[in-house]
Design a protein around this ligand. Structure first.
Ligand code: FAD
Length: 408
């Protein structure tokens, strides 16, 4: 039996603590907040999309960074194992659109409650309002964690599950990156990810609240396409947000926004030829109208002036005076409506942090450091990240479980 200290009582920390306690170790969780799972509580808009019920192989297609590193831990405790784990703890689950798994009650608090109950059952010592200041290492082996007033809590193994930088109000303020660097680890530069974007186009704020549904969005870095997806985009007071924008942001990382461009295909179900026919039909029907009123059947009303502006056409122009060249220009705007990114919003609005502890220095089966014996990492602190859909919490469950089971 080892004395295990887990730093951080979030998703990964609680899972690691349960796995270590089940393996017979004496476990203490150190959490600086007044309660466990503060971020978990916010997840899935308070409903907690705790994993995804897809085929396990499909999980990896949704992991943006270092999916290969996660093979061992995910196959050791995959999405189906996670669902079984929660159901065995008495949490009823349901699966929604896109295989997203939620508690049947729609309350993230129920996820936290069953984890807390299991921690208690396994006699894990949970110390709240306890901030870890550092990790104590001697002769290449951890021997404890340093708390306030230089107090040392002795431990044979330490699991760092302090999360990233996103939503710092939940406690994830990046402390673990410092601990890792002090222990000799490389931290890959961090960026906000799954985050809304500010646009150069100030007029986006005029469309605040407008959602474009069933559109296709692509993100380009100079000539290279980084992302393409289908779904929803939302205009906000600063630019754009919504599921498609969050997903696109996951591919940006260190790239300079000045070199990035978004293109919206407003009618992805129609080829350019089909769309041309459709536009010609509408033009014939509304030939005596002004252009500003000729797209009412095709586009959301509020968007029309900006589509015409991008096509360099006046809304006052009479439909029956549109030339072929002008119509083609409009078609190209409808299929490739451009937006320029000014910058990504900050960590306080980012679902996750991209970057983190270099996975090259971590054993993928056990999450143990290759540099310091008895030191483990789990969850968002690692340089791995995924798209929305329950995949980021799955990373926390799988790596937390691997770390808890990995203690010798
Ligand atoms: C608004 C929002 C919604 C989300 N929704 C989903 C979703 O529906 N599905 C999904 O898969 N993912 C979702 N995510 C992402 C997911 O929540 C995270 O990836 C996951 O919580 C990471 O778990 P973690 O345990 O690594 O870190 P965290 O949950 O951030 O936990 C880290 C814990 O460590 C503690 N800590 C930090 N430093 C110290 C220290 N020095 N001493 C003691 N304690 C410390 C913190 O207080 C915190 O409690 C969402 C994220 C956000 C912000």
């Amino acid at each position: 039996m080892r004395r295990v200290a887990v730093i951080g009582g979030g998703a990964a920390g609680m899972m690691a603590a349960i796995a270590a306690a089940r393996a017979g170790h004496s476990v203490t969780v150190l959490e600086k907040n007044e309660k466990l799972g503060k971020k978990l509580f916010l997840t899935g808009k308070g409903r907690c999309n705790l994993t995804n019920a897809c085929e396990t192989e499909e999980l990896f297609q949704n992991i943006v960074t270092n999916h290969k590193f996660l093979y061992s831990s995910v196959y050791g405790f995959d999405n189906h194992a996670a669902m079984q784990f929660f159901e065995e703890l008495g949490l009823k689950l349901k699966t929604e659109r896109g295989n997203r798994v939620f508690p049947a009650s729609d309350h993230s608090s129920d996820v936290i409650r069953v984890l807390e109950r299991e921690l208690q059952k396994r006699k894990v010592d949970v110390k709240l309002r306890t901030e870890v200041k550092g990790i104590s290492i001697a002769d290449g082996h951890v021997n404890g964690v340093r708390l306030e007033n230089d107090c040392l809590l002795p431990a044979d193994a330490v699991i760092v599950a302090t999360g990233g930088y996103s939503y710092p109000s939940t406690g994830s303020t990046g402390d673990g990156y410092r601990f890792a660097e002090e222990a000799g680890h490389t931290v890959i530069p961090c960026y906000p990810s799954l985050v809304p974007m500010e646009t150069e186009e100030r007029w986006c704020q005029e469309l605040m609240g407008l959602t474009l549904k069933n559109i296709s969005l692509s993100l380009h870095h100079q000539k290279q396409e980084l992302f393409r997806g289908f779904g929803e985009l939302l205009f906000t007071h600063f630019g754009v947000s919504g599921p498609l924008i969050l997903s696109a942001s996951a591919y940006i990382g260190s790239l300079s926004p000045a070199k990035l461009q978004l293109f919206i295909d407003l009618k992805p179900a129609l080829s350019e030829e089909q769309l041309d026919k459709r536009v010609q039909r509408d033009f014939l029907r509304y030939q005596n109208r002004r252009l500003g009123h000729a797209f009412d059947d095709l586009l959301p009303k509020r968007l029309i002036p900006y589509v015409l502006q991008a096509g360099m056409l006046s809304p006052e122009k009479q439909v029956n005076t549109i030339t072929v060249v002008e119509r083609r220009r409009l078609l190209s705007v409808l299929k490739r409506f451009p937006l320029h990114i000014r910058k990504l919003r900050g960590y306080s609005e980012a679902i996750i942090t991209r970057g983190g502890i270099s996975v090259k220095e971590i054993q993928p089966q056990t999450m143990e450091s290759k540099r310091v014996k008895g030191l483990y990492f789990a969850g968002e602190i690692l340089d791995t990240d995924a798209l929305t859909g329950g995949f980021n919490l799955q990373i926390a469950w799988s790596t937390g479980y691997a770390a808890g089971c990995g203690i010798e």
